[in-house]
Ligand binder design. Structure first.
Ligand code: NAD
Length: 476
């Protein structure tokens, strides 16, 4: 069920001299060995990507689009096999893995359409002169995708690069390599020219440290933590290489006094536990108006505590394990710190079993401002539910962290919504829903959540540069 892991370089699959284990987080069994790229493998990938770029940039947008659509269709066809390998390596429930495969295919389909719409502009000029703005692909992209969505995260980066006419070397997450591997296979089968897409694995700092300084690399695209994003941005800036950074979030949820309390609480608790909270847009800091706080918190805790936790292969399971072992002590520390500072641990708060990286669905109430979790993203199934006395206070709390990726609010009051739109500092604001993005909507952050956008009609901008051409009919 789990694929054999290989690098994909210059259109060929290869193994390497060193490897590391890939582990099923639900039972800690070894699933396979991940080949780690050597400097020679990376050099080969760079050479292939440079050649691939020459071919791909000279391929018509329609042909590029058609190739991407063929690959997307293959991913849809292979949905079940891909979903099963995602659940094995990541732990998420199989039904969520199936949806992730479809979402990944949708990212490709959206960007395939956008490939045909990278319009330029004509600027009025004096007679005998023409001013034209062209959008052109940047070149070779070095991309780094994380482990929380093994298929849709690499899909975002590969889709943006290929639709723009760039070539790409993707380092997918070492914990969850199979999603990206299935994508590379689909593109190979769809007839993508060799070298346009290269997939490597290995130790992250070695690969980013080697690739980013290379002259051939014209964009660094990363999704992951703010600290790693900052490190990669610093490295890229030494070479004046632009970056696309989709980093951490710590999403606030403002629950106003006019909302339907039970429905909002249930939606919040379910959404918080999706993907075991390992989502950059995961709702985490819930601020409920004090008039409804008690009932909201009670319903929230009740639903969170009822979450069915277990092996994602089991149909009834709503939440799987954490994707890697290091997140277990990280979450335990955050919960213990909050407890020590006076928070109420209303449910959960600890590792669930000895085998597998399971963590209990956890709700913390009345968490004081000085608790670490009020500033640090838990990236796990831990919610903070606090009372606030006004919309002013809620907006102040929402904006009090260095992050600004997603934000949510529950209200039907037009005057509140007006203020939320103007004042909440995030790249994605959702009202009365905890969905944050679709392929057709631009996604990205402000503040320490990064810069650049993926998806929407803005999504290809980061992968392209603007060239102005001044054509004069006479020498002047
Ligand atoms: P981490 O900071 O060690 O790693 C995050 C990701 O970056 C991993 O995929 C890792 O392979 C990659 N990475 C790490 N060092 C790198 C380097 N030098 N060069 C290139 N890539 C590198 O954190 P973690 O323990 O894996 O995850 C926890 C934190 O990561 C969370 O707090 C969360 O903020 C963040 N995260 C965010 C997303 C997201 O979707 N924005 C996804 C995964 C993790």
């Amino acid at each position: 069920m789990y694929p054999e892991l290989k690098l994909f370089v210059a259109g060929e699959w290869r193994t390497t001299g060193s490897d590391m284990p890939v582990v099923n987080p639900a039972n800690e069994d070894e699933l396979g060995r991940l080949p780690c790229a050597s400097a020679k493998d990376l050099d080969d990938a760079l050479e292939a990507a440079v050649k691939g770029f020459r071919i791909w940039r000279n391929t018509s947008p329609r042909e590029r689009s058609d190739t991407i659509l063929r690959a997307a269709a293959l991913l849809r066809e292979r949905q079940e096999a891909i979903a099963r390998s995602i659940t094995l390596e990541h732990g998420k429930p199989l039904k969520q893995a199936r949806l992730e495969v479809i979402r990944g295919a949708e990212f490709f389909e959206w960007d395939a359409g956008e490939a045909m719409r990278t319009y330029g502009r004509i600027i009025p000029a004096a007679p005998g002169h023409k001013f034209a703005v062209h959008h052109q692909p940047l070149g070779v992209v070095a991309a780094f995708s994380p482990w929380n969505f093994p298929m849709s995260q690499p899909a975002r980066k590969i889709a943006g690069a290929l639709a723009s006419g760039c070539s790409i070397i993707l380092k997918a997450a070492e914990e969850t390599p199979a999603g990206a591997l299935h994508i590379a296979k689909a593109f190979e089968d769809a007839g993508l020219p060799a070298g346009v897409l290269n997939l490597v694995f290995g130790r992250p700092s070695e690969i980013s440290g080697y690739l980013i300084p290379q002259d051939a690399v014209r964009l660094v695209a990363f999704t992951g933590s703010t600290s790693v994003g900052r490190h990669l941005t610093t490295l890229a800036s030494q070479h004046m290489t632009p970056v696309l950074m989709e980093l951490g979030g710590h999403a606030p949820v403002i629950v106003c006094e006019d909302t339907a309390i039970d429905e909002a609480a249930e939606a919040g608790a379910i959404r918080k536990m999706r993907n075991a909270g390992q989502v950059c847009t995961s709702p985490t800091r819930f601020f409920a108006h004090e008039r409804i706080f008690e009932r909201y918190a009670e319903k929230f805790v009740e639903r969170a505590a009822a979450t069915v936790v277990g092996n994602g292969m089991d149909d009834a399971v709503e939440m799987g394990p954490l994707a890697n072992e290091r997140r277990v002590p990280a979450l335990t520390d955050l919960v213990e710190d909050a407890r020590a500072k006076g928070a109420i641990v209303a449910t959960g708060g600890a590792r669930q079993t000895d085998r597998g990286y399971f963590f209990q669905p956890t709700v913390l109430l009345n968490v004081p401002d000085n608790a670490r979790i009020m500033r640090e993203e838990p990236f796990g199934p831990v919610a903070v539910v606090n009372p606030v006395s006004s919309l002013d206070e809620a907006i102040h709390e929402a904006n009090s962290v260095p992050f600004g990726l997603a934000g949510y609010a529950f209200t039907n009051r037009a005057d509140y919504i007006d203020r939320l739109i103007d004042e909440v500092e995030v790249g994605n604001l959702s009202i009365n829903t905890l969905e944050a993005s679709m392929p057709e909507t631009p996604f990205g952050g402000v503040k320490s959540s990064g810069y650049g956008r993926e998806g929407g009609s803005e999504g290809l901008e980061n992968y392209m540069t603007v060239k102005h051409v001044w054509h004069s009919t006479h020498i002047s």
